[in-house]
Design a protein around this ligand. Structure first.
Ligand SMILES: O=C(O)CCC(=O)C(=O)O
Ligand SMILES: [Fe+2]
Length: 320
């Protein structure tokens, strides 16, 4: 320990780690007519760091009924994952999506309790090298009214991660959804990603960057029909224990096989240690049909304004 007296100054002068500038790439940013602003490319140091990924072999978790997970703890080396977290928070455009749900005759307004953004298009279309959308089968430009939304290609920074993920999971993905949890107050409630447009037994790769958050999983309640058939036999739900995975920065969890059709997952609100810090979640998925594209843009971009990280304020703010 140095005997040098700690003055008030040393407390208030930002340390180099705290305000370290995010290294910039020399390469031109990714841009597209559907982007509100261009997205910088990953710096060479992050790209170099990603070459070390996956840091460990994934651990299979399939010791419960209908569960098949591959858990990389971590996938991205911790220090690189924090650089990537700061880079993405600073570089991407985010949305606070509002929508209404109807239960019977009652309409409820919902504000998504986190920021979201999405890139990609389903298997029926693809982006040509010039950024335009073409039909996957004919390679001809798609009719202008094929989609109600305006699909966006993945920027280079997410494309690099998608390619790594494909190589280490043996699956292919055409969508990238991003969640930004600004604090422990942001959350996602219990759900499963078993939409029809993903096809049967979808593989979903899910990355955590930044603050540590618990990922909870529980088996879906057995269907009524199943209940009648099994009589007094204990239900699956009773047999399966719920899971709590403490996702740290750089971790990746692949959910596959029967997982989505039988299990629910959530990120509950949290208090304490990491509750003031932000977290980014990135999921890679594969949507088979047009309905998937429209659903993902409706619920992750919506029709409201764009928001962007404001470094001076230290929060995501409406962008104009
Ligand atoms: O943030 C997470 O880890 C989970 C996100 C999630 O389940 C989803 O976007 O469907
Ligand atoms: Fe999910």
């Amino acid at each position: 320990m140095s005997s040098k007296k700690r003055t008030l100054d040393t407390f208030f002068t930002p340390t180099s780690t705290k305000k370290a500038k995010i290294e910039e790439s020399q390469e031109p940013p990714s841009n597209h007519p559907t982007y509100p602003f261009p997205v910088p490319q990953l710096s060479q140091s992050i790209l170099n760091g990603l070459e070390l990924a996956p840091e460990v072999k994934g651990k299979v978790i399939n010791d419960q009924p209908d569960l098949d997970l591959l858990y990389f703890q971590p996938y991205i080396p911790k220090d690189i994952s924090l650089d990537l977290f700061r880079f993405l928070r600073q570089s991407l455009f985010f949305y606070k999506v509002q929508y209404t749900i109807k239960r019977g005759s009652v309409e409820t307004n919902i504000t998504t309790p986190r920021y979201t953004t999405v890139f990609g298009v389903d298997e029926s279309s693809q982006f040509a090298p010039d950024g335009s959308l073409v039909d996957s089968a004919t390679k001809r430009p798609i009719p202008k009214d094929r989609y109600k939304c305006r699909p966006r290609p993945l920027p280079q920074c997410l494309e690099a991660l998608r390619m790594l993920t494909e190589a280490s999971t043996g699956e292919t993905y055409n969508f990238c959804l991003v969640n930004y949890y600004a604090s422990g107050n942001d959350s996602i409630s219990y759900h499963s990603d078993d939409e029809r447009f993903l096809g049967a037994n979808p593989a979903i790769a899910s990355f955590s960057l930044g603050a540590k958050r618990d990922f909870l999983m529980k088996h879906k309640p057995p269907s009524k029909a199943g209940h009648l058939n099994t009589g007094d036999v204990p239900t699956l739900q009773a047999e399966s224990k719920s899971l709590k995975l403490p996702l740290g920065s750089g971790d990746m969890i692949l959910m596959r096989g029967p997982t989505q059709s039988n299990w629910l997952h959530s990120i509950p609100k949290r208090k304490g240690a990491d509750a003031e810090k932000g977290r980014i979640n990135i999921t890679f998925r594969k949507a088979m049909v047009k309905a998937g594209t429209e659903n993902y843009y409706t619920y992750n971009v919506g029709s409201g304004g764009v928001s962007k990280w404001d470094e001076a304020k230290g929060e995501v703010m409406p962008w104009k």
